[in-house]
Design a binder for this molecule. Structure first.
Ligand code: PNS
Length: 167
């Protein structure tokens, strides 16, 4: 055992955060001294939500789950995840897996990241009730008037409804 704090990074686009993301972040926080939720975005690509909005949704979503310490949310533009981890002094990336399709997508990234700097990736099984939930699916369902209550925080649901009004 060392005295070094165990700092993990939960990376993602979070455009927007879902209930599945929040569950994984909260569980990662219970396993580490500190978790940095890294909102990684490409400055050349406009997302559905501004980065500041994505950060606020995550912060308030976590507070709604009672996760009020040991987690901070930061945005990083146009950077490799391994460089973000190095700058943060984090040697672990935590990701949720909803099933085998996620694993097939995530494994090469985990191996590449370890190849680049030795950073390890820990996979947490996603909560079964959120297995069908992704940022892109909730955006599509909400865009056509479907109800995404419970799949995202209520404030995100309301923001998705407003986007629809703007569209
Ligand atoms: O929420 P997403 O879209 O599944 O998140 C993917 C993300 C942002 C974590 C991934 O694309 C990423 O790590 N991007 C940063 C750039 C990078 O490091 N690319 C090489 C990955 S091996």
């Amino acid at each position: 055992m060392t005295d070094r704090a165990r700092r993990a990074v939960c990376p993602g686009s979070y455009d927007p955060v879902t209930s599945g993301h929040l569950d994984v972040i909260a569980r990662a926080a219970a396993l580490h001294d500190e978790v940095v939720v890294a909102v990684l975005h490409n400055p050349a690509k406009a997302g559905a939500f501004a980065v500041e909005d994505r950060i606020g949704f995550i912060e308030r979503g976590l507070a709604g789950l009672g996760v009020t310490s040991g987690v901070r949310v930061e945005a990083f533009a146009g950077r490799l995840l391994v460089d973000v981890c190095r700058d943060l002094g984090a040697d672990v990336v935590v990701k949720g897996l909803r099933g085998p399709t996620d694993f097939a997508y995530e494994l090469p990234m985990a191996l590449m990241n370890r190849h680049l700097t030795g950073v390890e990736t820990l996979f947490l099984p996603g909560a079964p009730e959120f297995e069908h939930v992704s940022s892109s699916l909730v955006k599509e369902v909400a865009r056509y008037g479907g109800d995404v209550t419970g799949l995202v925080p209520d404030e995100v649901r309301d923001a998705l409804v407003r986007l629809r009004g703007d569209g």
